[in-house]
Design a protein around this ligand. Structure first.
Ligand code: ADP
Ligand code: MG
Length: 507
């Protein structure tokens, strides 16, 4: 290490360095305080070339942009009263100490499922505290926590943590009591203990319990062991537990229905506590993949979140816009247009909010005084392009090669591209970059997948006695898509391989 890099503190290894250095550090701060802060600011103003001044000077469009972000949890959820009340009517049992029925919630993305579930869970927990009834809600997003092991481990650790807090509080109480008794300040009369010995026994038991509460590691244990850890942790004391499994379809898709099977039969074995499951799914048909027993237990109650229509989306946007934007920043058409676009997109409130935020950002960037209709249209294009870029970027390599073949054909002016043509170019590209060559049948499947993702459009046309073929065209912008493909290191060299395609058309 260069001596200049050595930190000023050259006693770093001394045991008492921290203590000795502490005052010195304070002195440094004091010195900097002696400098006149206004001088510094003045200097900096003079130094700047006004890069940010123009941007700051323009009347900002936003009052509070955070309110339009997906991470923001609204306090009010217009047009979801019915669903929220349905949930509450079922979950209120938990506050009476009974086990609520399991609930399955369905609805497409952006229909307010997560926001409503979180709202209800907050209310449930605060009411349970108000009335001092033992009821707890655990929320798990199964898109992130997507295996049985992880779901059980996460649940186990949450309950272990809660139990530890309860035990530590209780131990503090008992220790205080013990001191008070030994000092003669109080007696054990109004306590469950008939002697100091029995109090000590209790303290010892709790301390052992605390020692034995070992957190579950995020990998490595056999699943049975994780399951029993969770089981013991929940059953440690009396309570009703509501487990919210959001994006439950992702869990089932990735890891089957074992988790749900195990969770749904726990109640018959628990002694002190009860579990109720609330599953939330974006996929209306996901129960088709479930074991019939799991299906009937999980779906005791079902609540559907229908898509929002354009009017409802307007209300939702208006509520947020009032807080998010400066007064008068939105022209009259902006909210209706965002609502209309999002209504076409299966009534997705997330999309509506994204559009409104992006339109505001574009207006701000263009230093416009107000957000206008054209900003919303630009925002729609931008969001659509971002989606395409993301989908293309995350395609498997083979699909990327197939897509690249289609792009090359389009760029060379081939219309009504058929599968055979794609396959020929695809094969050449694979050879150029040393990739495995799949069969034409598999490539046809990959084309169908690209069609489903909305990247290409493939229609089957009849060629009379020549049979049927697919006519393929690109549904996304050529230049941008090509750029995304070429940014993949495995496809990067493909650019050099393009001339042969040209040669093929010159013939
Ligand atoms: P889902 O879980 O169904 O995909 P979310 O609950 O995540 O949908 O909602 C998507 C976005 O739309 C979130 O930002 C949420 O705050 C907002 N949102 C959805 N429904 C409403 C509503 N009724 N009122 C206000 N905001 C809503
Ligand atoms: Mg959600």
């Amino acid at each position: 290490m260069d001596s200049n890099d050595t930190p000023p503190d050259d006693h770093a290894d001394d045991g008492d360095t921290d203590l000795r250095d502490a005052p010195a550090r304070d002195r440094t701060t004091d010195i900097s305080r002696d400098v006149d802060i206004d001088d510094v600011l003045d200097d900096e103003e003079d130094d700047s070339q006004g890069l940010f001044d123009d941007l700051l000077a323009g009347e900002p469009i936003f009052e509070n942009k955070e309110v339009l972000r997906p991470s923001y949890t609204p306090h009010e959820l217009p047009h979801r009263n019915e669903q929220i009340n349905q949930m509450a009517t079922i979950l209120v049992s938990a506050l009476r100490g009974d086990t609520p029925s399991n609930i399955l919630i369905y609805g497409k993305t952006g229909t307010g499922k997560t926001a409503s579930a979180k709202f209800v869970s907050k209310e449930l927990e605060s009411t349970s505290q108000k009335y001092d009834v033992p009821c707890e809600v655990e929320y798990i997003n199964c898109e992130v926590t997507d295996t049985q092991y992880r779901v059980l481990a996460q649940l186990a650790n949450k309950f272990i943590e809660k139990n530890q807090i309860v035990i530590e509080d209780r131990l503090d109480e008992l220790a205080d009591r013990r001191t008070a008794v030994t000092e003669g300040d109080t007696t054990l009369a109004d306590s469950p203990f008939d002697s100091l010995d029995s109090l000590d026994d209790r303290i010892e038991t709790l301390e052992t319990d605390l020692d034995e509460m070992e957190p579950v590691p995020m990998t490595g244990w056999p699943t049975d062991r994780v399951y029993s850890s969770f089981f013991e942790a929940v059953d440690y004391h009396e309570r009703v537990v509501v487990i919210m499994l959001d994006e439950i379809d992702k869990l089932v898709e990735k890891s089957g229905d074992d988790t749900l099977y195990n969770l749904s039969r726990m109640n018959s074995e628990l002694d002190n506590s009860r579990i109720s499951i609330m599953g939330i799914s974006n996929d209306l048909k996901f129960t088709d993949f479930l074991d019939p027993r799991v299906k009937s237990s999980l779906g005791e109650e079902e609540i559907v979140f229908p898509p929002y229509d354009a009017n409802q989306l307007r209300d939702i946007l208006q509520h947020r816009a009032d807080v998010a934007f400066k007064g008068g920043a939105l022209t009259e058409d902006v909210i209706p247009l965002c609502a209309a676009f999002a209504a076409q997109e299966h009534g997705d409130a997330r999309r509506a909010l994204d559009l409104l935020r992006t339109a505001g950002e574009l207006a701000e960037r263009g230093q416009a005084d107000t957000v206008e209709e054209n900003h919303v249209r630009q925002a729609q294009d931008k969001i659509e392009l971002d989606r395409v870029v993301e989908v293309v970027r995350t395609l498997p390599t083979q699909s990327k090669i197939v897509l690249f073949a289609i792009i090359l054909l389009e760029k060379n002016g081939v219309h009504n591209i058929n599968t055979g043509e794609v396959y020929n170019i695809y094969k050449r590209l694979c050879e150029e970059i040393d990739a495995d060559v799949l069969t034409q049948r598999r490539v046809t499947d990959l084309i169908s997948e690209l069609d489903m993702l909305g990247i290409v459009n493939a229609v089957v046309v009849s060629k009379g006695r020549y049979g049927r073929t697919k006519e393929i065209s690109l549904s996304v912008p050529v230049e941008e898509t090509e750029a995304v493909l070429l940014s993949d290191s495995r496809l990067g060299n493909i650019e050099d391989a393009q001339p042969f395609v040209q040669a093929r058309f010159d013939n």
